[in-house]
Design a protein around this ligand. Structure first.
Ligand code: IPE
Ligand code: IPE
Ligand code: MG
Length: 259
């Protein structure tokens, strides 16, 4: 089946990568990019390799992506690494992925420190193996003072995030600190996993699938979507820049009309 892909012309000259933390005056540079890193399995299959080899190659793409984001002055990067539904995959793949994630934390420690990036994990982290939880907590603490952030969605789904938010809100109603009539959108946003992080401006999905797969369901309300057929392990700087160019050419109206 043919995959529709945005092919806006390269528009790099319209904005400059100054490394500043805020968007340019026209808001053409995303403050927050989120990525559905898909296609590792297909990448491996094409090469006659086990799926885990694709996940390993995908981990190298993560390392490159951190450099692209630093160079482009992107303040927040969220990576969808493992969904609540991914637990249903074959046992070997799941345990291999958990092992890779532990290695990822160890291997990326110096990279995060050198690039001054704060690591945060969003999702049901208590589902993760204990050793991985400990490593995550350690690196989160070590990097907590840094301004730029890498959010990794692990055992994450948008529905689980909203369900967990509803539970927290319900607890406040039960303890009398909140009345149902006081609940508004701010109450819900404030009870998500990373309430201080702005909604993603740009969501990139690799491997051509045109779906959200339970990612950031609340936060994506006005995100711009960019789907590329490139498989995640093949994702290179030119693909990242093409996504930024497409974003720069979008007309974000947020339901309003142009003055
Ligand atoms: C994305 O790659 C990584 C995870 C979901 C963990 P996939 O493993 O989904 O790769 P495909 O979609 O089978 O190619
Ligand atoms: C989405 O990819 C989850 C991650 C990238 C971690 P999936 O491969 O799990 O999603 P579907 O099954 O194609 O919707
Ligand atoms: Mg997939």
């Amino acid at each position: 089946m043919a995959v529709a892909v945005y092919t806006e012309p390269r528009m790099r000259n319209l904005f400059s990568f100054t490394g500043s933390k805020e968007p340019d005056a026209a808001g053409r540079k995303p403050v927050h990019i989120a990525v559905i890193m898909d296609g590792n399995g297909r990448w491996a299959k094409k090469r006659g390799l086990p799926r885990l080899a694709g996940h390993r190659a995908g981990s190298e793409s993560v390392r490159r992506m951190l450099t692209y984001c630093r160079d482009a002055g992107i303040r927040y990067l969220t990576l969808y690494a493992f969904s609540t539904e991914n637990w249903s995959r074959p046992k070997d793949e799941v345990s291999g992925l958990m092992h890779l994630l532990e290695g990822f934390i160890k291997e990326h420690e110096s990279d995060l420190l050198e690039k001054q990036v704060r690591l945060r994990v969003i999702g049901r982290r208590h589902d993760l193996p204990e050793k991985l939880q400990t490593e995550i907590a350690r690196l989160e603490k070590e990097t907590e003072a840094f301004d730029r952030q890498l959010l990794v969605a692990l055992s994450y789904s948008g529905r689980a995030e909203l369900t967990d938010a509803v539970r927290r809100i319900a607890e406040r109603i039960c303890d009398g600190s909140l009345r149902p009539g006081e609940i508004d959108e701010t109450t819900i946003s404030a009870n998500l996993y990373a309430p201080d992080v702005p909604d993603p401006d740009l969501i990139i999905r690799t491997s051509g699938e045109m779906r959200i797969s339970n990612f950031l369901l609340w936060e994506c309300a006005y995100s711009e979507f960019y789907v590329t057929p490139v498989l995640w392990p093949d994702f290179q700087e030119q693909d990242f820049l093409a996504a930024l160019d497409a974003y720069a050419a979008r007309d974000r109206r947020f339901g309003g009309v142009k003055a």
